[in-house]
Design a binder for this molecule. Sequence first.
Ligand SMILES: [Zn+2]
Length: 142
Amino acid sequence: MERHHELRRPPGTSRFGCNLCGKEGHQAAQCAEGTVDWIDRFGLDTFVPKLPYYMIKPRAKPDYAKIEEEARLYAKTKEEAAKKVDTKTTGEKFQLELQKQIVQAKVNETLPQGWRSYTAPNGKMYYHHAATNKTQWTKPAE
Ligand SMILES: [Zn+2]
């Protein structure tokens, strides 16, 4: 017996006994007092012997109609998604944003003191007065 086997047994137990519990008559692999739940760790399927290949039944014929239907639905979904993609390049977006800001700057020059114009997410312009925290859609006269 090798020394590292002896060290795992509880002290004072037989050197011919199990490496886990020290009792004679079985080995550590069959020990009922083992602490590792191998089935829990690897699943019961791991320990069930597999059928030889010649005893496994051939697979059932695939349902081609269902596969086709699913494939068509997938293609349609992809097509719809492709239509929604924003095709503007970064340069085009930059130009649009720049034009928007130029227009806004020109409008700001014509506004009374304290007023600034902004563009809402819907594209409509609105006006805000910072000192009074007033916001309105119509252009302020004074
Ligand atoms: Zn044992």
